[in-house]
Design a protein around this ligand. Sequence first.
Ligand SMILES: Cc1cc2nc3c(=O)[nH]c(=O)nc-3n(C[C@H](O)[C@H](O)[C@H](O)COP(=O)(O)O)c2cc1C
Length: 380
Amino acid sequence: MERESILFTPFGIGGLTLSNRIIMAPTYLGYGHNDGTVSDLLLEHYKTMAASGAALIVVENTGIHPSGLGAPSMLRIDDDRYLKGLAGPAKVIRAEGALAFIQINHAGRYAFMPERMAPSPVPIGKATPREMTLEDIEHATAWFARAAARAQSAGFDGVELHGGTGYLLSQFLSPRTNRRTDGYGGTPQNRMRFPLEVVDAVMAAVGKGFPVGYRFIAEEFFPEGLHTDEAIPFAKELAKKGIAYLSVMVGTHESFALEPYATMEKDEGYMAGHAATIKKAVPTTPVITAGRIQSPATARAILEAGKADLIGLARVLFADPLWPKKARGLVSAPIVPCSPSCSLCTRRVMTGKPPFCSQWDKERRQAFLGRIGETGSPEL
Ligand SMILES: Cc1cc2nc3c(=O)[nH]c(=O)nc-3n(C[C@H](O)[C@H](O)[C@H](O)COP(=O)(O)O)c2cc1C
């Protein structure tokens, strides 16, 4: 039990005070409707997550433009008509006493429709995206800025730019997916240019006092891809701009199956080493680390070692939404761990089925399947 732990000390980001060091890292579960609007299921989910005792909930990646949706049920923030619905998650999260941020994203070459745009026409499966023109780059920058302003209008406390998982912002950064020969490609400085221009535009759109965080890719794991030595100067540029935090992750959808990622991904705190490298490079910028942080003792050790300032829980919080309360001793029961050998939630997300967790007890699984109208047994 970690009642007295650093885990339960306040921490400031971008002018806001988090009541403890635990955040819910963004986790897309496909609980939204197929038109990108908020569903009751999604609202219930965020209420449960916020009631966990985590200080900050980052709502899953949300689409800034129809051309950049990663899946049909991805939430959308590309038009004012989504504002009313998006106010829902902000409200339920805040009602539970947590801060509410939302992650905004353009999927680029990972968009789900056949027509895609990306920095360069690097094939993905059977699709080859078209190379973005300078006009496309200008438009995409404006879409990010307008989406961030909508997040503010919808009542969120801050916004996070999705610069991880191989989506558009990281596609520009990576020499593997950015083969441009103009001012947005080639040298590391040119490859950083688009994400940095997006940060400027977003900061200008929301004004001072509204934190802008960044989901940050520290390593891609492809020999010809982005490596940590190039990610470090980018982190320094983001820090100079006054980014509220860097939420450090590694890998992209294409590199998740590669070694060493596939092996390290099973380990507790598997991204903490990369977070520590980034933290060392930008000591005054808050750094979040996530990745199977199953036990409060591991979380405390990461914080005490100065590897990160904040602990992100994604699948871990989904498996046990009482993790923070149990860690604090407010609920006396063992934490239910996310099983490293299970990928049920991810598999269901990939096949468009609302996910549940294999670690939930049978009654909870049964109730969830009833809730989504899925017939069949809750046995796995
Ligand atoms: C089903 C699923 C959906 C995810 N969705 C997002 C997302 O929308 N945005 C994001 O930045 N990361 C996303 N992630 C990555 C998580 O935020 C987190 O970094 C990773 O899962 C490691 O933490 P964990 O072991 O607690 O799950 C997702 C991960 C999973 C498994």
